[in-house]
Design a protein around this ligand. Structure first.
Ligand code: ZN
Length: 183
């Protein structure tokens, strides 16, 4: 039932747990239990944390003027790994998806607008996924921010070629995006 784990991998993991020392197997069980018991959304950004506010929202060295909007908590981790972003985050918990019945009211959009209006935010970086739904979500957020929080700069992550790969392996759509976003 876990993503990315097929029948054969599941079997290997099951036998591994059976053969493992009791302590090790129980530690795994406790870790699974604690994830559900202790992790909850940060009161400010919606990222997962064990406290009231997450470590990033609590870190006074992070810039308060820039908010990066992502769809899911795992994307906060991905952007943090790049080491290029020093602002704060806002997790939407999904993206607009009319076909799956996900509308603006189902996402953490209202609280984002309130955050931008309340604070000294000068830029909102939209880091929604480069898909039709991610683009629609970004377009919707851009409109809402311009309507409700005039004066704030709304930007979007550049799209293009993955670093370290060969140009000839890239899809034509990706090359087209990279050409449009050239600088
Ligand atoms: Zn937070």
């Amino acid at each position: 039932r876990l993503p990315g784990i097929g029948r054969r991998s599941a079997e290997r993991i099951a036998y591994h747990v059976l053969a493992a020392p009791t302590d090790e197997a129980m530690a795994l069980a406790v870790a699974v239990r604690d994830v559900k018991r202790n992790l909850h959304p940060c009161a400010v950004c919606g990222d997962l944390t064990e406290k009231e506010r997450c470590a990033i929202c609590d870190d006074s060295r992070r810039e308060t003027g820039t908010i990066c909007v992502v769809e899911w908590p795992r994307e906060v981790r991905a952007i943090e790994k790049s080491g290029e972003f020093r602002g704060r985050y806002h997790v939407l918990m999904g993206r607009l998806s009319p076909l799956s019945g996900v509308g603006p009211g189902d996402l953490r959009i209202g609280v984002l607008i309130e955050r931008v209006k309340a604070g000294d935010v000068s830029e909102v970086v939209l880091a929604t996924s480069p898909t039709v739904e991610g683009d629609a979500t970004a377009a919707y957020l851009t409109r809402r921010l311009h309507e409700d929080a005039a004066g704030v700069t709304v930007t979007r992550l550049a799209r293009g070629l993955p670093a370290g790969s060969d140009l000839s392996f890239a899809q034509s759509g990706t090359i087209g995006e990279a050409l449009k976003g050239r600088k």
